[in-house]
Design a protein around this ligand. Structure first.
Ligand code: NCD
Ligand code: ZN
Length: 343
């Protein structure tokens, strides 16, 4: 097989930032994907419908002419999100989910939720409206080992939330552990999970190979090989509860290569090529279309895309960097060879 033609995929978890960065990163995603769920962790965060709709316009302005790409907006949940804001979001028809960042869990999460019982009215309104909660599933308790934060979050916070609100649609995002996979697998169909290309391709050794590798640092952090294998098995299983979400998260090179480097891996430049690499390694390229193009819209109740993309078997070298305004951006697999290329 030298060509792989798929229904145009969507990215169900993406950071594009704001301002001048948009013009540099949005075209990478828009070239590959029909739609993307846009993360609201700007500074300040996107907490209202009005802010989300204004942000949507700025993203659309960065889509190259002639390219058909739809940003699917989200709101950032806080302790004080009112139920009316959820209803406004739903009525807009342009906001498709609400994001939970536990306060302090990751980049730009200071305004996040301190206790999941606080936004109870908003969560009830979401359950009623069928608006999914997208979960950054990590505890922030400094006593919990950083490699255990996802599993502990599921036990302490996610399972109790779903007991309180079983109708709530939930996406456990960027799953990194066997425990996360098991949780979604055994949950009802209202609970799904996204998987990034980098967590399918790399284990935690990649952060330390020959020295400290800041461009392999993201949150949730890469885990050991047994977990990576569980993620690959889930992605290639044909289970509709697992679908694509890159978590492509651009940071300027200097902010990554620093004494306190930012979390986030940039993968939008070659997202489908990277997933193809992971699926090919598992001899499961026939499972890529469902994962990348079908299961996500089915979960969100949106139509599947009508157009198609083609990946060709062709070696190419990923650039060492891309421009990001006056800064540069080091992409995943910088300088390395990929074996699939989007036509
Ligand atoms: C994300 C970012 O940079 O905004 N970073 C990351 O490591 N994934 C935030 C997030 O999704 O956790
Ligand atoms: Zn993210």
């Amino acid at each position: 097989m030298n060509e792989l033609t798929l229904t145009r995929p969507d990215d169900w978890h993406l950071h594009v930032r704001d301002g001048t960065a948009l013009a540099y990163v949005v075209p990478h995603t828009a070239r590959q994907f029909g739609r993307a769920i846009i993360m609201p962790n700007l500074k300040p965060p996107v907490i209202s419908t009005a802010q989300a709709l204004a942000y949507r316009e700025r993203i659309l302005a960065a889509v190259p002419a002639g390219v058909d790409f739809t940003p699917l907006m989200t709101l950032y949940l806080t302790d004080n999100t009112p139920a009316e804001e959820i209803r406004r979001a739903q009525d807009s028809g342009l906001i498709h989910a609400v994001k939970l960042y536990p306060a302090g869990a990751t980049t730009h999460s200071d305004a996040g939720v301190t206790d999941l019982r606080k936004p109870a009215a908003a969560l009830e309104a979401m359950a009623e409206a069928g608006l999914p909660l997208l979960v950054h599933g990590e505890v922030t308790d400094p006593d919990v080992d950083v490699f255990d934060r996802e599993a502990v979050f599921i036990d302490r916070h996610l399972a109790p939330l779903l007991e309180r609100l079983p109708q709530l649609k939930v996406v456990l995002e960027h799953i990194t552990t066997r425990q996360g996979i098991e949780f979604v697998t055994s949950a009802p169909a209202t609970v799904a999970g996204t998987l990034t290309a980098h967590h399918l391709l790399l284990n935690r050794n990649a952060m330390f190979s020959g020295g400290l590798r800041p461009h392999h640092y993201c949150l949730p952090v890469l885990k050991r090989e047994t977990h990576r294998q569980a993620l690959v098995a889930a992605a290639t299983s044909g289970n509709p509860s697992f679908f694509l979400g890159t978590d492509s998260a651009p940071h300027p090179k200097h902010a990554k290569e620093s004494a306190c480097g930012c979390a986030g891996i940039y993968s939008a430049h070659a997202a489908m090529e990277l997933y193809a690499e992971a699926f090919a390694a598992a001899d499961a390229l026939d499972k890529l279309e469902d994962f990348a193009s079908h299961f996500g819209p089915d979960f969100y109740g949106l139509p599947r895309n009508k157009t198609r993309i083609t990946l060709r078997r062709e070696e190419w070298q990923v650039p060492d960097s891309y421009p990001l305004g006056d800064e540069t951006l080091v992409p995943l697999y910088a300088g390395q060879t990929l074996r699939w290329r989007l036509r």
